[in-house]
Ligand binder design. Sequence first.
Ligand SMILES: [Zn+2]
Ligand SMILES: [Zn+2]
Length: 240
Amino acid sequence: MVKIPSPFTNHLRRWLPFRCFGCGEPGLMLHHGLCPWCRRALPGLQQGCPLCAEPLTVSQLCHQCLRRRPPLAGCQALWLYQQPLQRLIAQMKYPGDAPLTRVMAKAALPLLPPLTADLSLIPIPLHPKRQAERGFNQAQLLCEEWSKALNITTEPLLVRTQDTPHQAGLKAAARRRNLRRAFAVSGEVKGLRLVLVDDVMTTGSTLFAAARVLRAAGAAEVRALVLARTPLDRRTGILG
Ligand SMILES: [Zn+2]
Ligand SMILES: [Zn+2]
């Protein structure tokens, strides 16, 4: 193979129109917006607790779920909430950075579990005030991309009725109290099989609160699917 002299390569790269969303480097080999190096660097989650996706070395219920069963029929996280993903997810929430969320949704496609057409995706809603500040809801964008790719529906059947204060430093029971009236159902969910979608799952309290509201309204089954799961030893600055 002919080796192209590096000054020439560098000159050529400057003219490439595409830049990796992860490292900002220009490149031709961008797959849905991420270069091969950034894609390989995303921290995979091999196995976790089937009900809360807590990362574990063997697939079994974690001790938290054994002690207190979550209201989910299943939960899957696609990556671990670690660098460089942590930085990308923080960037996803910048006002106006909706394209990065779509990039991450597409990068996650090969990792998605099989989702049958009788399931519907439900994005964890933002409070209207927060959504107006950001300009979009990242969970809604994830649902839109996955709906298109998998040919399943997205049903915005939940609304956020309270702008929940940050949960940092709150104990589990206080977090549950904090979220008790955070969500309301905005349509008919009786008998439906639903998959709640969010970007990050920290303690699970947000997803569990949403699932409780849907189950109480008659949903037949509620599962969860998240981009990233924060492992137990890193849960400081808790958001939910
Ligand atoms: Zn990159
Ligand atoms: Zn668990």
